[in-house]
Design a protein around this ligand. Structure first.
Ligand code: TYD
Ligand code: MG
Length: 454
C-alpha cells in the first residue's frame, strides 16, 4: 500500500496533499513542508474488531465541585485568569517579542511560589544566568522558584514527573524540541507536538503549565491555530513600544470570562499592576481640544474610561485616507457612512485618523457614539466639554441603542470626576448622583444637541 503523505504550510498551518512552491491558502512561497504524523506507525484501519471499555455516564444534574484556585496576589493577573490559577490547566501567553512576557511570567512564578505552589521555570531562550540576572533586577532572587535552561521536551517532562510541581512555566513553546517529531524547533509540527504533549501532561499529572508563545507579524501566535484550541486559556500580552502600558487580555478562558483585561506598567523594576486604568488612560489628556472624546467602556467585568482622538483634514490624495489605531477600521467606515447618509455630514475628500489613547484596543460596539463624537468634534473644530463621557451603539438606520452595564459606566465616570454623560435613551440606567445625563434617541438628535444644528 502506498504510504499517504501530508504536507502543511509552516506559515499559516494549512494542510496540503502535495508539495508545491507556494501555499494556496496564504500565498507565501517555500513554506510547505512535509508533516510527520504525531503517532508513528501505520494508521489503524478501523475501530471494529476490538472492543473498548465502556465509559462512565452521568446526569446533567451531577454536582461538580468548582476547581480550587490559587490566587497569586497580583489582582490584575488573578482577575484575567478568571479568579486565580486552576490546577492541572494549560495556558498559553502570547505576545510580541520584547513586550515583557518573560518578565511577567517570572514575576508570576515568584508570586505563586511564595503562595506555596511548587514552581518550575524552564527557559529555552535564555541561559539560567540571564534569568537569574533578571530575577535580581526584579528583586525576586530569594523566591523559591526552581530554574532550568532546557529545550529537550522529553527531559523536561521527565523532570516534571519526578519533581511534581504545581506550576511549570515553559518559555517559549517555539524553542521546545520533541525528539519524536522530525523537524526543526519552531516549525508547525514541533510547536503542535510540544503543545499537545504539555497539555496532556498537565491534565494527567495535575500540573498547571503556562506556555509562552511568540506572535507573528500579523498578530497570531506563531504555529498552527490548533494550539489555541488545545489549551484551556489563551492570554495575549499587548502594548505599544514606547508606551509603558501593557495589557494582558484573556481571549479564551475555559475557567472564566474571556475579554477580561489586566493593566500593567513596565517600570525599571519590572511590571507593576495598575489598579485604576481609567486614571492612567486619561492621564495624558491635556486641555480640551477638538477631536477628543472620552468613552466610558467595559473591558471584561470592569468599566474603563479611555480617550478617543480623531483628526480630520482635507486630503491631498484622490482617495482620502482612513487610518485607525486601536479600533476596527470596518466599523469606522460604517460610522462615516451613517453620518453621511442619516445626518448629511460628508467626509468625502477628508483624511480621517482615529486613535485610542494609551495603546488600548477596543472592540465594543458601544464605542460607536464616542467615535462619532470625536469625528464630528474634529470636523467642526469644536471641542467637546471636557467633563463629559460618551457611549452608545449606532445602528445603520442612525438610531442609537443603549449599551449594556450603563450604570457601571456612569459610576466609573462619576468616580473620576466627570459631571456629564451622553448615552442613548432606553435601557436601565439608575441614577448616579452628580452626573447630568443627556439621552438622545438617534444620531440626528445627538448631532443637534452636541454640535448645534449639524
Ligand atoms: P521580556 O520579558 O524579555 O520580553 P519577552 O519575553 O516578551 O520577549 O522584556 C523585555 C523588555 O522589558 C526589555 O526591552 C526590557 C524591559 N524591561 C524593563 O523595562 N524593566 C524590567 O525590569 C525588565 C526585567 C525588563
Ligand atoms: Mg522572553
Amino acid at each position: 500500500m502506498a504510504k499517504t503523505q501530508s504536507f502543511s504550510c509552516s506559515a499559516c498551518g494549512a494542510s496540503h496533499t502535495r508539495w508545491s512552491g507556494r501555499c494556496d491558502a496564504c500565498g507565501d512561497w517555500n513554506t510547505i513542508i512535509q508533516a510527520t504524523p504525531l503517532s508513528s506507525g501505520p494508521a489503524k484501519k478501523s475501530l471494529g474488531g476490538k472492543r473498548g471499555q465502556s465509559i462512565v455516564l452521568s446526569d446533567l444534574s451531577t454536582e461538580e465541585t468548582p476547581p480550587p484556585r490559587t490566587l497569586c496576589g497580583v489582582e490584575e493577573l488573578d482577575r484575567v485568569l478568571g479568579g486565580g490559577l486552576v490546577p492541572a490547566s494549560a495556558l498559553l501567553v502570547g505576545g510580541d517579542p520584547g513586550i515583557g512576557k518573560s518578565t511577567l511570567l517570572l514575576q508570576a512564578a515568584a508570586r505563586f511560589a511564595r503562595q506555596g505552589v511548587k514552581t518550575i521555570y524552564v527557559s529555552g531562550e535564555e541561559a539560567s544566568a540571564q534569568v537569574r540576572m533578571r530575577a535580581r533586577r526584579l528583586g525576586l532572587e530569594d523566591s523559591p522558584v526552581q530554574l532550568a535552561a532546557e529545550t529537550n521536551l522529553r527531559d523536561i517532562l521527565t523532570t516534571l514527573e519526578v519533581e511534581k510541581p504545581g506550576l511549570a512555566i515553559i518559555d517559549s513553546i517555539q524553542t521546545m524540541w520533541a525528539d519524536n517529531v522530525d523537524s526543526a524547533p519552531g516549525s508547525v509540527s514541533q510547536v503542535r507536538a510540544a503543545a499537545h504533549e504539555l497539555t496532556t501532561f498537565a491534565k494527567r499529572h495535575g500540573v498547571s503549565i503556562i506556555m509562552v508563545g511568540h506572535v507573528t507579524k500579523d498578530g497570531q501566535i506563531a504555529g498552527p491555530r490548533v494550539v489555541e484550541h488545545m489549551v484551556d486559556t489563551v492570554l495575549y500580552f499587548e502594548g505599544e513600544r514606547g508606551h509603558q502600558f501593557r495589557i494582558l487580555r484573556a481571549v479564551k478562558n475555559r475557567f472564566g470570562p474571556a475579554d477580561e483585561i489586566g493593566v500593567f506598567e513596565m517600570t525599571g523594576k519590572g511590571l507593576a499592576q495598575v489598579t485604576n486604568p481609567s486614571a492612567l488612560f486619561l492621564s495624558e489628556r491635556g486641555t480640551p481640544s477638538p477631536g477628543s472624546a472620552v468613552f466610558a467602556g467595559i473591558e471584561g467585568t470592569r468599566p474603563v474610561l479611555v480617550e478617543l482622538q480623531a483628526l480630520v483634514a482635507p486630503s491631498p490624495h484622490s482617495q482620502a485616507r482612513r487610518t485607525v489605531v486601536g479600533w476596527d477600521s470596518g466599523r469606522l467606515a460604517m460610522i462615516l457612512a451613517v453620518l453621511e447618509a442619516r445626518c448629511g455630514i460628508p467626509f468625502a475628500g477628508l483624511d480621517v485618523y482615529l486613535n485610542v489613547a494609551g495603546g488600548l484596543k477596543i472592540s465594543e460596539p458601544a464605542a460607536d457614539l464616542a467615535v462619532a463624537a470625536a469625528l464630528l468634534s474634529a470636523r467642526e473644530d469644536k471641542a467637546l466639554p471636557s467633563d463629559t463621557v460618551v457611549f452608545g451603539e449606532i445602528s445603520l438606520s442612525g438610531a442609537l441603542r443603549p449599551a449594556p452595564q450603563t450604570e457601571n459606566r456612569l459610576k466609573e465616570a462619576q468616580k473620576l470626576g466627570f459631571t456629564a454623560a451622553i448615552a442613548p435613551a432606553g435601557g436601565k440606567t439608575g441614577t448616579v448622583a452628580g452626573l447630568t445625563l443627556t439621552r438622545p434617541s438617534d444620531l440626528v438628535g445627538f448631532v443637534g444637541e452636541t454640535f448645534g444644528a449639524g
